[in-house]
Design a protein around this ligand. Structure first.
Ligand code: SF4
Length: 447
């Protein structure tokens, strides 16, 4: 039987499947020009970077989870779903972690379970751009699409990020090295400023590398705003920020001289001291720059559909992350209902983790709590998360084995088509898995 999914862009000759315009489900760029050739034993990609290619290789990985387990023992799908439902129904303070390596549709299904059971719900934003999202709420964001950056931007400011490593096709597709409708000279017509304490691979390509002192982004952002206004900088500016007054004035000049500038903020801003205050200040700088030219700000979202989690939760309950449904209405409180904080306090007594290797990413204390409580994971392959999981439900690769939508880093929803089917038949997608689970939960705990 063919395992191909039929669309005009998917072709099968004997056992070889070829698909064009595939959306890469790895980083927040969601590149939608990938080509894949799939044979029974190999995967070959075109246009994907190394990170993207590695993800597509999982299609033929011998390490995939292809059957469910409970306490490490192989069980039937029904037994695994029942075990998962029992854990969640009995819990007093269940936590639902909606990872970013899945579609908006699956996220919505996961959030529905959290709401039904009155649990806490959070996603990857909590350990990455959560502070940037809070700053959007505080200050408001002047943003645009990646297409506008590509076609209009003649100045890219990478602040606290290193896309050469984290988003390998970022500069070649959307900010620096391609021709744009209004930037016909391509690279020759664009300039790049990198603000980073390290001489990163991105900084090495910059027209101006601003080596801010670690943790002094807030002060430097303020100083650039002072320079933009043409006011005198405080004599201690260099001592505090580590950046010379001349360099700060040069930054301000480059901002004023460009026709369309973009600040790409990374975790160097969101994860250092000051957190959302840093990102708020970057947004205020963007607003001020618009007094002189056109300027926008975008977050370099890292994981595949991490922007999608903020979008889906926002259109479901009005809040972007760290939500508690225990009182029957959604309450929002980063620092209290967020994943790391709730786990570290020891109040969570069961957890459903979908499509996120949390065991590899959370602080030790939070992982220790996960080891003390029953954990259900929807997982593709063994990793640290599998070691802390009591129930493992095999995951489906969204955008390959099932269709779905992802929100790109500019918050534009992108359709991801499927071109093959999962290596099992008990579920067709992570959304399907969660809907089956909710059905059993409703039978065990009717309202
Ligand atoms: S840049 Fe990101 S989305 Fe594009 S191919 Fe690489 S990993 Fe995939």
């Amino acid at each position: 039987m063919s395992n191909m999914v039929k669309t005009d862009l998917v072709k099968q000759e004997q056992e070889v499947i070829r698909c064009t315009d595939v959306t890469c489900p790895v980083c927040g760029m969601s590149c939608d020009d990938v080509e894949v050739e799939l044979t029974p034993t190999s995967v070959t990609t075109k246009n994907a970077c190394l990170m993207g290619d590695a993800k597509f290789q999982e299609l033929r990985s011998p390490h995939r989870f292809v059957y469910p387990t409970v306490n490490g023992e192989r069980v039937t799908w029904e037994e695994a779903l029942n075990a998962a439902a029992d854990i969640l129904v009995k819990a007093k303070r269940p936590f639902f972690f909606i990872g970013s390596e899945t579609s908006n549709e699956a996220m919505a299904a996961g959030i529905e379970i959290a709401e039904y059971l009155g649990g806490l719900v959070d996603g990857n934003a909590t350990i990455c751009h959560g502070p940037t999202v809070m700053a959007f709420q505080d200050v408001g964001m002047a943003g645009c699409t990646l297409g506008e950056c590509r076609n209009r931007s003649d100045l890219a400011i990478y602040w606290g990020c290193n896309p050469a490593d984290s988003h390998p096709r970022h500069m070649s597709r959307h900010s620096m090295y391609m021709r744009g409708f209004f930037v016909e000279q391509g690279y020759q017509g664009r300039k790049m400023i990198v603000v980073d304490p390290r001489r990163s691979p991105t900084a090495a390509q910059a027209d101006l590398h601003v080596q801010v002192k670690p943790g002094r982004d807030f002060e430097l952002l303020n100083a650039v705003m002072v320079a933009l206004r043409g006011m005198e900088l405080h004599p201690d500016t260099e001592k505090v920020t580590g950046v010379s007054v001349d360099t700060i004035k040069k930054m301000a000049e480059m901002i004023k001289e460009c026709k369309f500038g973009v600040i790409w903020v990374g975790l160097g801003i969101a994860s250092t001291h000051g957190k959302h205050h840093n990102a708020s200040m970057a947004m205020r700088l963007t607003q001020l720059a618009n007094d002189y030219t056109k300027f926008v700000i975008l977050a370099n979202r890292g994981h595949c559909n991490v922007a999608g989690f903020n979008q889906v939760l926002s259109w479901t309950c009005g809040f972007p992350f760290a939500v508690d449904y225990s009182r029957g209405v959604p309450r929002y409180q980063p620092g209290e209902y967020s994943c790391v904080d709730a786990l570290r306090r020891g109040e969570v007594d069961a957890m459903l983790v979908m499509c996120a290797d949390l065991g590899a990413h959370l602080p030790k204390k939070a992982v220790e709590r996960m080891m003390d409580i029953p954990v259900i994971s929807i997982e593709i392959a063994p990793g640290p998360q599998a070691f802390v999981s009591d129930v493992i439900l095999p995951g489906v690769l969204d955008g390959m084995e099932c269709e779905g939508t992802f929100y790109r880093m500019d918050n534009v929803p992108i359709y991801a088509r499927s071109f093959c089917k999962p290596p099992f038949d008990f579920t067709t997608s992570n959304e399907h898995t969660l809907k089956q689970l909710l059905k059993i939960i409703k039978e065990k705990k009717p309202k």
